[in-house]
Design a protein. Structure first.
Length: 400
């Protein structure tokens, strides 16, 4: 009826009389579902067969990589045990070899475990709203020492109002692998660049770019594949597991994002990832309902990527703050139960790990009150009645 082609099976029964066909009965069955299921099974079997081949290659590669470091570990350990006359310089050198091999082995095992857990669903992806600039800066903190040793400057160009929906630990892990690789393959004195911007509708693009060795066309096809483990020494002899990018792709795939790269030998590499964008949240602490609705209309009308959440007083604000981790807090000074100063003091003492800009609004501003808020590090203080342009410009200044 709708013009679709269907698979049918025709059963025919012929009756004969004196050798001639006297009656023909036919039953026609629509077997499209059966055929489709058979084709699906064929595709599943082909996929399983391919995965089995990949698994065999993967096990072959990994069994070699798991054994290799023990040559170094056992060899230098035996030398140190059996040769008591080694100089301090030799001992230090051999211990460094043992340390480096152990560190690489641990990195390899961690990558394998995380990849396996993601594949089997034992690691659950639990997306939350993350401020991209804060999450990236936090993730790369452990890599600062590696960058300093090579005199590499990590330059971050990320808007403060950009947020994503992502699992905080897994996102941090993906960024660490990308930036660690960039540092590894960048010569001393060069830069690593991390940038982010809105991509297609509803997503954010994060780019990690280095000024390093680049990847040859021949090796580019080996990236992201578990059965094509690919690893090169860094510009200072650094070694890697060869599985970092595979894990990055697995993490981004689990978030519904994409991964791709551009690279040219001698010119460096540029890795791109995309993740779902999350709206920025403003926590508005105000006890008057009409005023709350007015501020909400002003803010959401002028800033399309912001959403306003309400708290009626300071106690509510503290509880809501912990749940939503807002991009910015706007609070009235004069509130029941707890005034603005008390709220700011509590947030600074208990929630000091999250530096969120705070804007205070008050109808009773005076020099003493302004000094108190200034000493507390409040970003902006606005008088009532609120000027709409001043409110919007204050929000922008807190973030950019």
């Amino acid at each position: 009826k709708d013009g679709k082609l269907v698979w049918v099976k025709d059963f025919i029964n012929l009756s004969r009389n004196d050798g001639k066909i006297s009656c023909r009965k036919s039953i026609v069955l629509n077997i499209s579902d059966i055929i489709n299921h058979e084709q699906e099974l064929i595709q599943i079997n082909e996929k399983l067969s391919d995965l089995n081949v990949q698994k065999d290659k993967f096990i072959s590669i990994i069994s070699h990589d798991l054994r290799s470091p023990f040559t170094t570990l056992l060899g230098f350990s035996e030398i140190m045990l059996n040769e008591p006359d080694l100089s301090n310089e030799e001992k230090t050198e051999y211990l460094q070899y043992i340390y480096d091999a152990s560190k690489n082995q641990l990195n390899l095992i961690n990558c394998l475990l995380d990849w396996s857990r993601l594949q089997t669903g034992r690691i659950k992806v639990e997306p939350v709203r993350l401020n991209v600039k804060y999450a990236v800066s936090t993730a790369i903190t452990p890599l600062t020492g590696d960058a300093v040793r090579k005199n590499i400057d990590i330059k971050i160009d990320i808007p403060s109002d950009l947020s994503i929906n992502a699992d905080e630990r897994l996102f941090g892990q993906a960024i660490i692998h990308l930036v660690s690789n960039a540092i590894k393959f960048t010569p001393e004195g060069k830069d690593v660049h991390i940038s982010a911007s809105r991509f297609k509708e509803g997503s954010v693009e994060i780019i990690v770019r280095d000024e390093g060795l680049g990847i040859s066309e021949e090796n580019q096809s080996k990236l992201f594949r578990i059965d094509q483990k690919f690893s090169l020494q860094g510009t200072s002899g650094e070694k890697g597991s060869g599985l970092g990018l595979t894990l990055v792709k697995e993490i981004i795939d689990k978030h519904g994002g994409q991964v791709w790269f551009y690279s040219q030998v001698g010119q460096g590499s540029e890795f791109h990832i995309t993740l779902p964008e999350a709206k920025n949240l403003i926590l508005l602490v105000e006890d008057d309902n009409a005023t709350k609705e007015l501020y909400k209309k002003i803010i959401e009308g002028a800033l399309s990527n912001f959403e306003v959440r309400f708290a009626n007083n300071g106690y509510e604000a503290i509880n809501i703050y912990r749940q939503i981790l807002p991009t910015i807090i706007i609070t009235d000074h004069d509130m029941p139960l707890m005034n603005g100063i008390q709220l700011v003091e509590i947030l600074q003492k208990k929630e000091s790990n999250k530096a969120v800009p705070i804007i205070v609004i008050s109808a009773k501003l005076n020099d003493e009150l302004i000094k108190k808020y200034t000493r507390l590090g409040v970003d902006k203080i606005i008088p009532k009645p609120v000027d709409q342009n001043l409110l919007i410009s204050s929000i922008k200044e807190c973030l950019y």
